[in-house]
Write a protein that binds this ligand. Structure first.
Ligand code: AMP
Ligand code: ZN
Length: 109
C-alpha cells in the first residue's frame, strides 16, 4: 500500500470500484471513464509504479497479468478479441502511477 495511490485504495476497499476478477496477485475492475463497451483495468496488488520499475522478482506478476487477460477474454463473445494497452511513464500518457493494463473489447465509445 502506498499512501495517496488511488489504485492501492481500490485494492484495500477504501474507495469503491466495480471489481470483475481477482486472484492472489491481481485485481481487475471497470475503468471509471470507459473508452469501449468493455474497459477493464488489470493491476497487480503490489504497488509498482511503472514497467521501468519492475524488478526481476516481479517476473511472475507480469505473467499473471497476461494470463488474467486470457481469462477475461473467455467471457467475451466470439471471436473473443481484445486490446491490452499500457502507458508507462508520464510522457507516454500515464496518469495513475500504479501499473495498469487497459483491457478493451467490444464497441469503441
Ligand atoms: P492512464 O492514463 O493509462 O494512467 O489511465 C488511468 C485510467 O484510470 C483512466 O482510464 C481513468 O479513467 C482510470 N481511473 C482513474 N480513477 C479511477 C477510479 N477511481 N476507478 C476506476 N478507474 C479509474
Ligand atoms: Zn498503488
Amino acid at each position: 500500500m502506498t499512501v495517496d495511490c488511488i489504485f492501492c485504495k481500490i485494492i484495500n476497499k477504501q474507495i469503491p470500484a466495480t471489481i470483475v476478477a481477482e486472484s492472489e496477485s491481481i485485481i481487475v475492475f471497470k475503468d471509471i471513464a470507459p473508452q469501449a463497451s468493455i474497459h477493464y483495468l488489470i493491476i497487480p496488488k503490489k504497488h509498482i509504479r511503472d514497467i521501468q520499475s519492475l524488478a526481476p522478482a516481479d517476473y511472475t506478476i507480469a505473467a499473471d497479468i497476461i494470463f488474467m487477460a486470457q481469462q477475461l477474454s473467455q467471457s467475451l463473445p466470439e471471436p473473443q478479441d481484445f486490446r491490452l494497452k499500457i502507458s508507462s511513464g508520464a510522457t507516454a500518457g500515464q496518469e495513475v502511477f500504479h501499473i495498469h493494463f487497459h483491457f478493451l473489447a467490444g464497441k469503441r465509445l
